[in-house]
Design a binder for this molecule. Structure first.
Ligand code: C2O
Ligand code: CU
Length: 508
């Protein structure tokens, strides 16, 4: 522990010194060292020696009311992450991350969430459309030893969603230690498509997270000083595996990419430059596949891709320096110049044939801006939204049930931000006044916001009115969220006024 502390202080000190020197133009050598030493580049340097762990599918049972029941227990554990011993971790039903929950559209689900930790936590169903009281945000805390059993009906298209804690002010820490998991939704239209769909065989969850280790092999949660984005790691874990490889046995493999990192954005592509089919984004499949070589994901975003393999070859999934829409200087200190080798795909000598990706996937009805009841503007800066920091006791605005709204999101400061909205999947209407690029034409719940390029999104708030229990909207860089770059809205019946969030600390 002493080692952890002093190493952090050394880094802080070095950061402060080099920052100061850099700014006064003195100490060129140290300044240069800070400038170049901060870049992480693991390309060509990762030993892919561990078979990629695939989170197990969560077991479930059907209860007397016909609900599919899952059990999740948040607990502490330890895992060998190649640091010469056990790294202390948190996980659901295991040491690190959690099982993959899976349900079909139309099904009723219930999850028994048991808090086996020594402090309050919560579980938020990121991307799920459900009543606010079931959402698992900061108003649905689970005390140590307690069980919380949210239930809802799955009523949205097939998608790759996820779950993670959402305690007020502590989400960064809870997620960093390992609490997160995937939640896959299925539906009939997607099941009718000739897409790879055998979980763990040709349909693979790829949860990408960066971590940093201290000299004792424990997670180092020191924040990068100059970047202002929170914790940036220099080691990637994929599904909790360091140096992962995946044995591929089919001509095509579907990867469900989830950026489960606290602060880092990635720009995924393959080391040999091959293209792939982007078939889905946060909230479901696209209308048609988008052939591309890169997909950028900011924290919380997902993408489903299908990559084609030749027998006996190996290819590395890489992350290239992501353009997070900030200036040269900020980019350097917020991971914008970093590159990683992520996962090696190893094809078998003979590959089972897979049909081509269908040219058409699912219909996506465009929401019509002319039907919008309101346009709201959100300015992200300085870890606040519209100049206000999150207050759990304050409802920022009310949306009327069964209406459509346009939200215009902009940012001016030099730090990367994105915006995640609970309750709905939205569509992007425009980016800086222009048609959105193909990767932003499907359903989204989280979107990167770049400086001076306002994004207009549109969403329909169809149901689940509750004047007292708010949904969150926030930057998904977890440090920013914890710092207060978050707000709360309620969905009300026509004519109804917003109420008050229940008075509880959320830390009880
Ligand atoms: Cu993924 Cu409000 O969170
Ligand atoms: Cu932010």
């Amino acid at each position: 522990m002493a080692g952890e502390g002093s190493r952090r202080w050394t880094r802080v000190l070095v950061g402060v010194l080099s920052g100061v020197l850099l700014l006064c133009g003195g100490g060129v050598a140290l300044g240069t060292w800070a400038w170049t030493g901060t870049v992480v580049d693991t390309t060509g340097k990762v030993d892919f020696v561990h078979r990629l762990a695939v989170p197990p599918l969560a077991e479930s049972r059907i209860d007397a009311q016909g609900r599919r029941v899952f059990d999740l227990r948040a607990q502490t554990g330890g895992r060998d992450l190649g640091q010469g011993g056990q790294t202390r971790t948190w996980g659901y039903n295991g040491d690190y991350l959690g099982p993959t929950l899976r349900a079909k559209r139309g099904e009723k689900v219930l999850v028994n969430v048991v808090n086996g930790l020594d402090r309050p936590t919560s579980v938020h169903w990121h991307g799920m459309h459900l009543p606010a009281v079931m959402d698992g945000g900061p108003h649905q805390m689970v005390r140590p030893g307690a069980t919380w059993s949210p239930h809802w009906t799955v009523d949205q298209p097939a998608a790759t969603l996820w779950y993670h804690p959402h305690p007020h002010g502590e989400t960064e820490q809870h997620v960093y230690r390992g609490l997160a998991g995937m939640f896959i939704l299925d539906d009939e239209p997607s099941a009718a498509l000739a897409l790879p769909r055998r979980y763990g065989v040709d349909d693979i969850p790829v949860i990408v997270q960066d971590r940093r280790f201290d000299s004792d092999g424990q997670f180092d949660d020191g924040r990068s000083l100059l970047g202002g984005v929170g914790i940036l790691g220099d080691t990637l874990l994929v599904n909790g595996t360091v140096g992962p490889y995946l044995d591929v046995s089919t001509e095509r493999v579907r990867l469900r990419l989830l950026n489960g990192s606290n602060a880092r954005s990635y720009d995924f592509g393959f080391a040999d430059g091959r293209g792939f089919a982007l078939i889905g984004t946060d909230g479901g499949l696209l209308a048609s596949p988008h052939q591309t070589g890169r997909i950028r994901l900011s924290p919380g975003e997902r993408a489903e891709i299908v990559v084609t393999m030749r027998p006996a070859e190996r290819v590395v999934l890489r992350s290239y320096p992501p353009n997070a829409g900030v200036d040269f200087f900020s980019s350097r200190f917020s991971g914008g110049d970093d590159s990683f080798d992520v996962l090696e795909l190893r094809a078998a000598g003979e590959l089972a044939p897979t049909p081509e990706v269908p040219a058409r996937l699912v219909p996506i009805d465009r929401l019509d801006p002319a039907t919008a009841a309101t346009t709201r503007r959100f300015q992200l800066s300085d870890r606040k939204i519209n100049g206000r920091a999150m207050d759990p006791g304050r409802i920022d605005f009310a949306v009327t049930r069964d209406t459509t709204e346009i939200w215009e999101i902009a940012k001016q400061d030099g730090t990367p931000h994105n915006l995640h909205v609970h309750d709905v999947q939205f569509q992007v209407l425009s980016v800086d006044g222009r048609e959105p690029p193909p990767e932003l034409r499907g359903w989204k719940d989280t979107v990167l916001v770049t400086a001076n390029r306002p994004i207009r999104i549109i969403a329909r708030f169809a149901d689940y009115a509750d004047p007292n229990i708010p949904y969150m909207f926030h930057c998904h860089l977890l440090y920013h969220e914890d710092q207060g770059m978050m707000g709360q809205f309620v969905v009300v019946e026509p004519g109804q006024s917003p109420g008050r969030p229940p008075a509880h600390s959320g830390h009880g």
